[in-house]
Design a protein around this ligand. Sequence first.
Ligand code: NAP
Length: 481
Amino acid sequence: MPELFKNYINGEWVSRTQTFENRNPANTEELVGTFVKGAAQDVEDAASAAAAALPAWSTMAGPARGAILYKAADILDRKFEQIAAEMTREEGKTFPEAKGEVRRAINIFRYFAGEGSRMPGMLVPSERDRVHMFALRKPIGVVGLITPWNFPSAIPAWKMAPALICGNTVIVKPASAAPLSAWRIVEALHEAGIPKGVVNFVAGSGGELGNALVNAAPLKAVSFTGSCEIGNWLHAEASKRRLRIQLEMGGKNPTIVLADADFNSAVENVVNAAFFSTGQKCTATSRAIVEDAIYDRFVAAVVERTKKLRVGDGMQAGIEIGPCVDQSQMETDLRYIEIGRKESGEPLCGGGRLTEGALAKGYFVEPTVFADVEEAHTIAREEIFGPVLAIMRARDFEDAMRIANNIPFGLSSSIQSTNLSRVFEYIYRAEAGLLTVNLPSAGVEYQLPFGGSKESSFGPKEQGPAALEFYSDYKTVYLKY
Ligand code: NAP
């Protein structure tokens, strides 16, 4: 009998009569769990609890807060395999990918736990005699954290851990398509002894809970990762109340492949970035911009490699590509593939749903490659968030740079080249917040700032030392002695 996962408010597991199902996208007959569907009142209760918990939590010594985060990381580590398997079952990514993500979430908790003993402020010499001046960090208060389904453990971790270590109290609203991974983190914090009200978790429809969250009186800040549509709406609402806000949203990420690239590794990197995690990474490559001199050979090699990808249930050994997260995302992918057919011609591989045998029970889409895609084509301009790659021809490096930057988004970008001068030209001119060189465009670590530019992002960066900038404020002190 699948478990009922309740909301967590003021240190208690809270139920309601309304629930929603979390089903395995690789086999929709499998129920992963049933979740309590939160209501606006739950968000208000969570906000009140978070406000009440704030004075004690924000004045607790940083290393003591860190000790709780370390303990939560240890609890997650003990359940590592179980939590990774649950992630594969709720989101669809392969078991090795899920293990990588859970490991990252644990590392994020340990990294920010350590910040509790550092919490760097500023100390500078005064121009005045016998004046000691410094700035210390203080928390901002109650923070709302809204997360998407595609990294259901890492993204909640990289918002919760820095928020908590800075002394804030939080309300977490996970994505309805994959709430269990975030729930496990909250469970670990509960078991680690986090004081009541410091962490609150309310699952349920974003449309219904979002309004209550952004208008909850005690709220001081919102950190959101998800679509541009919802992010832009949240920004408008939050601005009315002058809430601090951080938005990480969509992308249409390019990989430039120059004729001087290490050919085989460029092919692997593009295929990996386009199709692994079913193309459902915000940093996935959806446009490969290839220099004319190697274009035909590169397209042929990408198609050959793509055809060999093994699609199926991510819990099975050897599977490289899992299902789309849900029916709606699968339908979006298939709709864009049809648009691609009309505008760019027949795909060179893939192009449909996979329904053979057990695949019929899931939301599987073939990894699909379109070539000769032009800048004006829809599949070169709009985010699909699925296993669909558009290959575009560039005359030379300058033309490739122009095509790569000629897009409203600016999340991640990649170049494959062995020419150092061009690589540096690219680094300085690429319009994106995350760049990779001779690596897939996707695959980031937690020790450096994360986030995009242009319409992809708004506000301070996440992760690494930069995360403290969003989750804390400075208090500046001048002291005459
Ligand atoms: P989404 O539909 O925008 O949902 C994101 C979160 O917002 C979910 O928890 C959702 O809840 C909630 N939500 C929905 N309507 C809301 C409202 N009116 N007010 C407040 N919250 C609301 O995005 P998604 O489909 O989960 O994720 C895919 C998108 O995320 C893609 O565009 C991808 O590029 C982006 N993404 C960006 C990054 C990055 O770092 N830039 C990372 C990962 C993903 P429900 O699930 O209940 O609807």
